[in-house]
Each structure stands twice: as C-alpha cells, then as structure tokens.
Design a protein around this ligand. Structure first.
Ligand code: KIV
Length: 259
C-alpha cells in the first residue's frame, strides 16, 4: 500500500558478465570481461555472476583466470550459472575449484509452455529435474569444493509465466534437498524471463511467494527483472516493497562493447 517505502539498498548481484545464456553472437573477449569484472568490483558489487562456464571454453577459462590469478577480493562472491544436466553441473563445479566464496546458480524452466513444448514433461517430471539438479550440485560441490564457502541459488525460469503454486512447489522440493538453515541460506531467484505484465503483477507474485514459502528466514528472495515492456525498474521497486531481498541487474550491458 501507499505506506510502503524502500528504506535501504537491496542486496545486489551483477549479471553483466553472463553471455553464455541468452548468448551474444559475438561474445565478449576475456580481456573485455576482465576489464568489466574489475569495474564491477570497483563499483562495489559483492556478488558477481561471472559466466556460464560449462557453455564455452572461453567462459570456463575466464573463471579459472579470476581464481588462479587471485583477482577476486575476499569479500566478493562469484556466481556461475548452469542448466540441470549432470555433465554441465560437474564442469561448473570444477570451474570454481580454489575460490574462497562461490555460488552455483542452477535454473530450470517451470512454465506450462516449456513443460509442454520444449520438454514434453508433466509437473512431476518438471519438479524432478530441479530436484535432481540440486542433488547433483551438492554431490559435485562436495567432491570439488571442500575449501570453498559454497552457496546455492535456484531459479524457476519463466517464473512470470508459470502457475505460482507450482513454482512454490518446485522451490519447496529444491529446499527439501538443500536443507537451508541458519548459516546455510538458499537464494530463490524469481525471474521475469519475459516481462509479460504490468509491474504490480510481478510485485503481487513476489508478495504471494514470500508469504507462502516455508523456511522464509533462510531464503533470500531474489528478483531478476527483464525490460520487455520497459518497466523493469518499476517492477523491481514494487517487488522490493512487496518483500524481496535481492536484485540481479545489468549495470553496463548496453555499453559492454564500449568498455
Ligand atoms: O531470465 C531468466 O530466466 C534467467 C534465468 C537463468 C534465471 O536469466
């Protein structure tokens, strides 16, 4: 309502460096990525998604470069994106070996259009993809990332086009595997993969999600706005007022080729 105001900055993640998904035809070079990473650090980001290491040799090598050349400040957490396939998850975990703080970000589509047209699966199988992916992330994190302060993020892709109760059901099943608790949060990132409604609708979806989800104190509710309708900033502000904790943004993507 009108009494809601935003009184503090959200917890930000920069997703500027991701170009393995929604990929650029001509991806950024490692040198350009490096300049951008250094700039994002200077801007003060504490969470930076550095790429999609299983998607290309370039992205894998870039993550290794950041870690092996000790370019990540101790108070910065890097994050890497993956789909829910075992070979990709293993490679993703391998990319993080030796990092102090690292997050694996797993996503799988939950919307009915994707279930029907892309995967040809029903709700149970769709939920199982997210559950199995989470189990595999934990398995490979245990195998490769013993020395890392390790975090986990799950995104029900096309959240804005999915049945809310089904998104919640999938996130609950994912949490049953990850078992969030004090000192072991889960980031549930709720993307407007397609910005298909007015900003108040996104905010209502976020508010409902936050009210229904269990273990709320151990969940970071994260926004991932898109700007198809030109209202991403408004949607983000309303969704913050509706209870979200964290925002994933691009600060410089439009200028990426100029840096
Ligand atoms: O927009 C989107 O759905 C994404 C997911 C990978 C979170 O970027």
């Amino acid at each position: 309502g009108p009494s809601q105001t935003i009184t503090e900055a959200p917890r930000w993640l920069s997703t500027d460096l991701r170009d393995g998904n929604q990929a650029l035809i001509d991806p950024m070079t490692p040198a350009r990525k490096r300049r951008m990473f250094d700039m994002l650090v200077r801007m003060g980001y504490k969470e930076i998604e550095v790429g999609f290491p299983s998607a290309s040799e370039t992205d894998f090598a870039f993550v290794r470069h950041l870690i092996e050349d000790d370019l990540i400040p101790d108070d910065v957490t890097i994050s890497v994106l993956t789909q829910a396939r075992e070979d990709l998850i293993e490679r993703t975990a391998q990319s993080l070996v030796g990092t102090k703080n690292g997050t694996i970000h797993l996503y799988s589509a939950v919307a009915p259009l994707f279930r029907r047209v892309v995967f040809g699966v029903g709700r149970d199988e769709c939920r199982a993809i997210a559950v199995r992916g989470t189990e595999l992330v934990m398995k490979y994190a245990e195998e490769y990332l013993q020395g890392t302060d390790f975090g986990y993020q799950y995104s029900p892709e096309i959240f804005t086009g999915a049945e809310l109760d089904f998104s919640i059901e999938v996130c609950e099943a994912v949490m049953d595997v990850w078992q969030p608790e004090g000192g072991r949060e889960i980031i549930l990132n709720l993307p407007a993969t397609v910005e298909m409604a007015t900003p108040n609708t996104y905010a209502d979806q976020i508010e409902y999600f936050g009210r229904q989800i269990s273990r709320r104190e151990h969940v970071a509710i994260s926004l991932h706005p898109h700007n198809d309708r030109g209202t991403a900033v408004a949607a983000t502000e309303l969704a913050m007022m509706a209870g979200a904790d964290r925002v994933e943004v691009v600060s410089a993507a439009d200028d990426a080729r100029l840096i």
